[in-house]
Design a protein around this ligand. Structure first.
Ligand code: FES
Length: 122
């Protein structure tokens, strides 16, 4: 079993996303993958747990994309771009300081809904 610290869900499926240009979505997704690897966030020895990433078809915002939601924090970013993704991941995931100026909304999970990180395993 591996601990999971965060799951990054990016709406950026090429030719399907309504919230952004498909080329921008693809570029953002590729940069997200690159930054996650560069920061070694998929390392199973990472004390906080690994960071999962998924490209999804729609997060039901459908404007101002690409849209990124960070689980389990319930923080949604709008207008994510290749140039913004590194700051989001570095500040939010590594430094635990979400990038307030790019947050679209928050839908935090209640304490009874979210087990402590050490109990989340895949
Ligand atoms: S198409 Fe991206 S949120 Fe719906």
């Amino acid at each position: 079993m591996q601990r999971v610290s965060h799951h990054l869900l990016l709406c950026a499926t090429a030719n399907k996303a309504k919230c952004c240009d498909s080329a921008l979505g693809s570029q953002t997704w590729n940069e997200l993958k690159s930054v996650v690897r560069e920061l070694d966030l998929e390392n199973t020895q990472r004390p906080e747990g690994i960071v999962l990433r998924s490209k999804v078809d729609c997060l039901r915002i459908c404007e101002r994309g690409p849209i990124l939601v960070v689980w389990p924090d319930g923080i949604w970013y709008a207008e994510v771009s290749p140039s913004r993704i590194k700051k989001i991941i570095q500040n939010h995931i590594v430094d635990q300081q979400p990038v307030e100026e790019w947050i679209l909304k928050r839908t935090p999970l209640g304490p009874t809904d979210t087990p402590p990180a050490e109990q989340i395993a895949i």
